[in-house]
Design a protein around this ligand. Sequence first.
Ligand code: ATR
Length: 275
Amino acid sequence: MTKIVGVIGNPIEHSMSPAMHNAAFLKMGVDFVYLAFRVTDLKGAVKGMRALGIRGYNVTIPFKVDVMKHLDEVDPLACKIGAVNTVVNDGGVLTGYNTDCSGAVSALEGKIRLKGKKVMVLGAGGAARAVAFGVADKGADVVVVNRSPQKGMELTEDVNQYFKGRANFVPFDGLADGVMDDFDVLVNTTSVGMYPDVSKSPVKKGILKKGLVVMDVVYNPIETRLLSDAKSVGCVTIKGIEMFVNQGALAFELFIGKKAPKDVMRDAVLKMLPV
Ligand code: ATR
């Protein structure tokens, strides 16, 4: 009777998702098991998922974009973002979602109502796409800041294609003092500050201001240099683990159809991270 869910990616050995989801299944007393699959043949893996009746899986690097062409349906916002991180198998019909996006948005909306606000997104990779589309969809204006202008401008154009006039681009070296004055939210989606480079921050402390909501997508370490700088100047901070747990909780709810035990999931991740 046991149902299987999991995560596909490559590499996948260090994924924290199995521990996080299996802890939730145990807590909820549901007969599910979550496994990590290192995949080299994506098409074959999706076919196998249908054949074996696997209930669903999360999708991570490098398959978040490519998996879409193998699915039957894609949620409209995930379609705009151009990436899927959760696939649900309903009787052989595979539907893709982007819970990175909804996970980021709900972490932010726990602290600030996004409608009409101004959000700076650092980075232009997969995580940045999820955040930029998510906040634009909630009615916020987005400024994308990226090291390589080309990639930053592409994301800006993509957001504007669906949310006209909502997005702008600023190069990283354009971040002078006072640049945050009319911003409400700053989200770091770059890997700057991630273990082992824990002393690094993507921005100078001097540009942060009291009351700004600052979220970091990096969750190892739990409190990044950016977040400790932000806390020290009186910003409202949101840790990367919140977005990670939220994306997992939303995937859990899509797989199981029950509310996820978020505290249990967060504790399972915290146990795996160095203090
Ligand atoms: P993810 O899917 O996790 O978002 P990604 O697609 O590799 O990861 O994107 C990483 C982002 O972090 C990119 O926007 C990258 O900037 P470039 O487009 O210029 O490569 C940004 N990034 C990574 N290391 C950085 C650094 N040291 N300084 C500034 N930006 C950095």
